[in-house]
Design a binder for this molecule. Sequence first.
Ligand code: ADP
Ligand code: ZN
Ligand code: ZN
Length: 754
Amino acid sequence: MSTNAPERSPAVIDTQADFFVQVAVPSPLRDFFTYLPAEDTDKSRFKPGARVLIPFGNRKVIGIILSTLSCCTVPVQKLKAVISVLDDEPVITPTILALCRWASRYYHHSLGEVFMQALPKGLRQGKPLPCNTETHWQLHESLSEAQIKQLKRSPKQSAVAHKLNNSPSLGLGEAQLLNQGISRAVIKGLADKDIIYKKEKVLAATCFSTYGTEGGETALSLNPEQQNALNNVLAHLHHYQPFLLDGITGSGKTEVYLQAIAAVLKAGRQTLVLIPEIGLSPQTVGRFKRRFNTPVISLHSGLSDGERLHGWYQALAENAGIVISTRSGIFTPLPKLGLIIVDEEHDSSYKQQDTFRYNARDLAIYRAKQAACPVILGSATPSLESFYNASTGRFRHLTLRVRAGVATPPALNILDLRQQPLKSGILPDSLAHLSAQLNQGNQVMVFINRRGYAPSVICHDCGKVIDCPHCDAHMTIHRRPPHMHCHHCDYQIAIPYQCNQCHSTNIHPAGQGTERLEQALSEQFPDTPVIRIDRDSTRTKHALSHMLETINTGVPCILLGTQMLAKGHHFANVTLVLILNADGGLLSADFRGVERTGQLIMQVAGRAGRSHKPGQVIIQTYNPKHDALRLLTQNHYSLFLASLLEQRSQLGLPPYSFMAVIRAESGLSQACEYFLQGARQAIESTMNGHLKVLGPLPAPMEKRQSRFRWQLILQANQRATLHTTLSGLIAYLDNQKLPRHLRWSVDVDPQDMA
Ligand code: ADP
Ligand code: ZN
Ligand code: ZN
């Protein structure tokens, strides 16, 4: 990266000015910019990591100070001055600054934008840093005889003065005084007499380390596998060490986390817990809060901007010992960081899919290295990357093969869908199993990966399917409320009554969605409640928690839902899980398709038999002989992973190679293709080292939201080769004049090739 002024100009060393501020600006430009200090600002206020308001083009924007310089290669008259410095102390701490710099280089993304991602919205918008002080009222010195006399006729003031006199520091917090029923008027009276004065006291007393580790719910006594895992972590508490905690669902990983956190708190250090988007439920947070008598901060999308800023600040000010957060929490400043946990480390929500395409799981490794602390990646279905790192010894591999407590792993069975009569997508055998479990008073779960009524509407006369005009996708039919909906761009229309190709009215829903199944299951089991859990049924605020409450009463019922059911929930009474459409991902064009299907099947299967009743899983499939399914039913996920690794090795795919995708999108398909062809030529003309270039190819879903999407895939055996190539390519592309409305982006370690 280079130092550049807003207007690029020939290098001239200026001899008059000797103080320059280097600023990272939230703009896609991968450059830093040089400014003059604001005229009357004390130069010591220009601290790296503090925010400045600066003129940028014809706007005013907030940037982050990177450094100050004593000389500059740009003529002073070309430079603009900082408008104001917004912070006395850096909002990007030195540690987070280093993390952001690393991430900016690794993901080839503008540092200014990375900084903005690292800050809570309030700070991005220029709000002041909340202050961590409390108003105290204090005596100048111990009460004198004269003062006691002076207060004789104001008994209330006298009482307060004596109270302060008796406190060790001759002072008490205003909140504390008000709480004791003392009025503001009394306090003001004493202040007017100059007997007491106001002091803003920094709240060191509420630092998390002042809370004992006692007082919460008691820890469970661990089984030998859990104990072994915990001992391993405890043996590495004071230096960098990554762990893969590879434990089947219900094996008690969370209990291991909790006991490791207890040790970290005892050592006076903080823990960062990352959870997938969908998993950060009040139940999860509650489990951590109940265990520890120390402030736990949870940062999730449901918070207001103010709450988020407050939580973020609690972490920075060391008020909170534990921060639980989704992806973006990886940038939370934690001065006493002593442990990072990434729960469900395989989850794709750790990877941001737009703008700054970082992977919080991978940044967690970097952060643990920075903080010289352990990091635990936990999962029942580890990602291939982590499994590979564990197999090479880069991560320590800890396994939990038995379920904690009394539960045993469920049995997995495959049912062949080929040439079978189907009732709303359910095999007669499956129905019989559902019915048997319900009759025994148990709960059952039916999993289908599609919300809505049916994934498409088809004309039975001409075969036309109703497609979204903006995407390469069918429109899903919904019944409640009735409409057609594109799940990729949100385009909605009324349900048509005739085919727009042949005008026949013989058009019908095709395939199954959650709504349609809900209807079918209710007809099949009229006396059993069917609880549908998907994005539509849980849209209102407390809907999900109400449904979970009903389920937790243990009444026999049918839980029907999408991925939302697969993650994290603990349903003690579910004894049977039926997976309706496992096949889609097995045949997907994405090289991670099989891996994702395996994860999903095992995660859904993990909902069965979590308590004292044994569980059973039925997988309906058109590919009963598929190798992946066969390995999964042996209930040994590591065999499945090992076979996938073997395939990836043969094909030279990640983790055996390093990948990046250059994406282009535009209203014109051809513009994308030409642009990426240019990129390919640029790579080929400067290529050094072994690098494979694939494409340009249209994305599997070429058209989305009326824009065409193309990709160029780069694959290298060495990470360094990939990064050098990308740097060269980006420098080249940054200097190209782009066709109108064409946008391009770089995705390092892509997770989703759609
Ligand atoms: P995971 O996170 O691996 O899915 P959890 O930590 O949620 O598993 O544990 C599953 C269930 O087993 C929970 O109800 C938990 O309270 C219980 N459990 C965990 N460890 C033990 C233990 N050592 N003894 C008894 N029950 C346990
Ligand atoms: Zn038709
Ligand atoms: Zn669409």
